[in-house]
Design a protein around this ligand. Structure first.
Ligand SMILES: *Cc1c(COP(=O)(O)O)cnc(C)c1O
Length: 248
């Protein structure tokens, strides 16, 4: 033996980062476990998505090494190269950001779950793209829980439009209806908003029994989301630390 086997990419910096992320993952898993216990839910009902926006592909690789293979991104320009760089890993890619119709084709090419479907034109664009790419992304109807939706807000369909959009997704070629997604209104108690989302999700399951996904809960409000029946949490900061810039 002339040399020791060691991972070629391991440097002091990457092992420090691995430890940091492992700590974040452990802390979030503990919060999820406590919230599930408090809500009388089984942890197996919860899918934890690591929102890796602004963080490098190397962090996605470290997360995968720690068993976290559900990855979320919010901008195509950033997500597409990252997904390509991680193509050797068994990851599920979630697109969670506002989606322009002209990006539908690109996003349908690598996303497994698209959380931000909020208008008919986007349904048709995604459907066409998915068929062309021979893929079947799951689509969630993003619901706006803001009392008044402003221009340039965070997107989402008004609750009254959810049944129609859900029907459109379910009927569209190449798409599978997964359920609903929402972001709690900024600066307000998330519980009433998540409670409304739970009612909308229950209504949806009346017509589409397989559309069971309720994507809600981020670093600051995952406990409330779990209490209100969330199945998918989208967590960035609590896993990976602060983002340098929030790019919208
Ligand atoms: C960034 C982002 C998250 C994660 O937010 P954190 O507060 O960092 O956990 C969740 N959902 C969406 C839509 C996001 O853009």
């Amino acid at each position: 033996m002339t040399h020791e086997e060691r991972p070629i990419s391991e440097t002091p910096e990457s092992s420090r980062r691995r430890a940091e992320i492992a700590e974040g993952v452990a802390a979030v898993r503990a919060r999820v476990a406590a919230a599930c216990a408090a809500a009388g839910r089984d942890e197996s009902e919860i899918t934890l998505i690591a929102v890796t926006k602004t963080f490098p592909a190397s962090d996605v690789r470290l997360l995968a090494g720690l068993g976290l293979t559900e990855v979320g991104e919010n901008r195509d320009q950033e997500a597409r190269p990252k997904a390509a760089e991680c193509a050797d890993l068994p990851l599920t890619w979630h697109f969670v950001g506002r989606l322009q119709t002209n990006k539908a084709r690109a996003v349908a090419g690598y996303s497994d779950v698209i959380h931000s479907v909020d208008r008919s034109r986007l349904v048709s664009a995604l459907s066409e793209a998915a068929v062309r790419a021979d893929r079947t992304p799951r689509c969630l109807v993003q619901v706006s829980l803001d009392e008044e939706e402003q221009e340039g807000g965070r997107g989402g369909a008004v609750p009254d439009d959810v049944p129609r959009l859900a029907d459109e997704i379910a009927a569209a070629g190449g798409l599978e209806l997964g359920g609903v997604m929402a972001v709690a209104p900024l600066g307000a108690d998330p519980l009433p908003a998540f409670t409304r989302l739970a009612a909308i999700a229950a209504d949806l399951r009346g017509n589409h029994p397989d559309a069971r996904i309720v994507s809600a809960g981020m670093s600051g409000d995952l406990e409330q989301a779990i209490a209100c029946g969330a199945t998918h949490l989208r967590v960035g900061t609590a896993l990976l630390g602060g983002r340098r810039a929030i790019v919208r």
